[in-house]
Design a protein around this ligand. Structure first.
Ligand SMILES: Cc1cc2nc3c(=O)[nH]c(=O)nc-3n(C[C@H](O)[C@H](O)[C@H](O)COP(=O)(O)OP(=O)(O)OC[C@H]3O[C@@H](n4cnc5c(N)ncnc54)[C@H](O)[C@@H]3O)c2cc1C
Length: 372
């Protein structure tokens, strides 16, 4: 990377609004001089420092910049290192894939706990129980904040995985849980993360963030159009007479679906939530978690399956292992036309968010579409 460090990262990514709040920089900072705000932004916490200054950076440390999945030529570099070639912007709008499947857990308890087919939880449990990993960065419900607020969590047991399965539609910077994994001296970690967080899978490889390149054994990306603020969701629910304390599950399938404690089910118009989009999501071009080992979503015609995009050899090996162990069943993604069409449509929308017109040449990867 040369002479660039926190100063350039702050000016080019945080200050321009490209930062998604994925916390890769905070995770990678070897001196812990980067903190994380309640507004999901990295912040310099070194004493007497300005926001874009870093005394460690001035001495040559550029780990934060290397780990960032939005700095300069990130997309082209990550495609190259993970797939060995640039993507074809015409045919690979959702990113390169080895195969696209629909999968679901064969074990009833895991399937029931999962948001869709329970694939993510199945792979984590299998990885923990076979010693492939000794921990997973996931998210848990924040105590006392209702079922849709989320915070990073380090899962180390089957019980942890099942307790933290399902989706919360607030942002949770799961890479922050790596600090706990480091403190516990865990060696092999699975990262579960939103699309932006899943790109860390490529930055650690492309820019030699060697400690985490060795440590991250698998990255499971979650397809994502956006996340919403906790207060915004609570407000819209209240306008429909729903108390957050009564909500047991939320899902988003073109509409905002709510299940309540009394057995009730409600559908709310998604557009009422758009004003409460988390700012860090507004310029994100990545719907399909395009740099994960395996990307997982729920846009199929049938809610009980996880749309599963296998992208890397490592992802393929994990998926095959779980299949061979009889823990999942799978069918071709092409059997679900709804899912395949939505994948293309939602990926195309997200790609148009990247502000290509106003960014320097270095940020204009071929797959990033002009807005409009
Ligand atoms: C905020 C959000 C938005 C999403 N948007 C879409 C979408 O637009 N289209 C689509 O097809 N799919 C979307 N998904 C993915 C989908 O909801 C499922 O997570 C995915 O299909 C995997 O299902 P599963 O049953 O295999 O996962 P599960 O076995 O239920 O495992 C889910 C994992 O996700 C983790 N998790 C839950 N909430 C969060 C969070 N907020 N941040 C980070 N990690 C979390 C859990 O801890 C768990 O490890 C979204 C997910 C989230 C969290």
């Amino acid at each position: 990377m040369g002479e660039v460090h926190w100063r350039e990262l702050y000016r080019e990514v945080v200050d321009t609004g490209l930062c998604t709040g994925c916390a890769a920089c905070v995770m990678a900072c070897p001196r812990d001089v980067l903190g994380y705000t309640v507004d999901y932004e990295p912040v310099q916490i070194g004493e007497g420092m300005g926001v874009d200054q870093c005394v460690i950076g001035d001495r040559g440390c550029d780990m934060c910049t290397r780990a960032c999945p939005r700095f300069r030529a990130w997309e082209t570099d990550l495609d190259q290192v993970l797939f060995g070639r640039p993507r074809d912007p015409e045919t690979e709008v959702a990113g390169p894939a080895r195969s696209i499947l629909l999968t679901r857990a064969t074990e009833q308890a895991v399937h029931a706990a999962g948001q869709d087919g329970g694939l993510v939880s199945t792979l984590l449990i299998w990885g923990l129980e076979t010693g492939r990993i000794d921990g997973a960065l996931t998210s848990q419900i924040t105590e006392g904040r209702g079922p849709f607020d989320a915070e990073p969590f380090l899962a180390t047991t089957r019980e942890d995985v099942l307790a933290t399965a399902g989706s919360r539609y607030t942002y949770s910077a799961n890479p922050l849980a790596m600090k706990q994994a480091d403190a516990a001296k865990l060696r092999q970690i699975a990262l579960v993360g939103m699309s932006c967080q899943a790109s860390i899978n490529g930055t650690v490889e492309a820019y030699a963030v060697n400690k985490y390149k060795r440590k991250i054994a698998l990255t499971l990306g979650l397809l994502c159009s956006k996340t919403f603020t906790y207060d915004g969701q609570r407000k819209v629910l209240a306008e429909h007479g729903i108390d957050v304390a009564d909500v047991v599950k939320i899902n988003i399938k073109g509409r905002y679906q709510v299940w309540t404690r009394d057995g009730g089910y409600h559908e709310l118009p998604l557009k009422q939530f758009h004003p409460y989009t988390r700012p860090g999501c507004k310029l994100c071009p990545d719907f399909a978690a395009e740099h994960a080992d395996i990307s997982c979503g729920g846009i199929g015609a049938d809610d009980a399956w996880t749309l599963t995009i296998v992208r890397t050899a490592r992802g393929e090996e994990w998926l095959q292992g779980a299949l061979d162990a009889g823990l999942i069943e799978a069918r071709p993604g092409q059997t679900d036309e709804v899912a395949m069409n939505l994948l293309t449509k939602l990926s195309t929308w997200s790609r148009k968010r990247w502000p290509v017109d106003t960014l320097p040449e270095t940020h204009r990867a071929p797959g990033l579409l002009p807005s409009g």
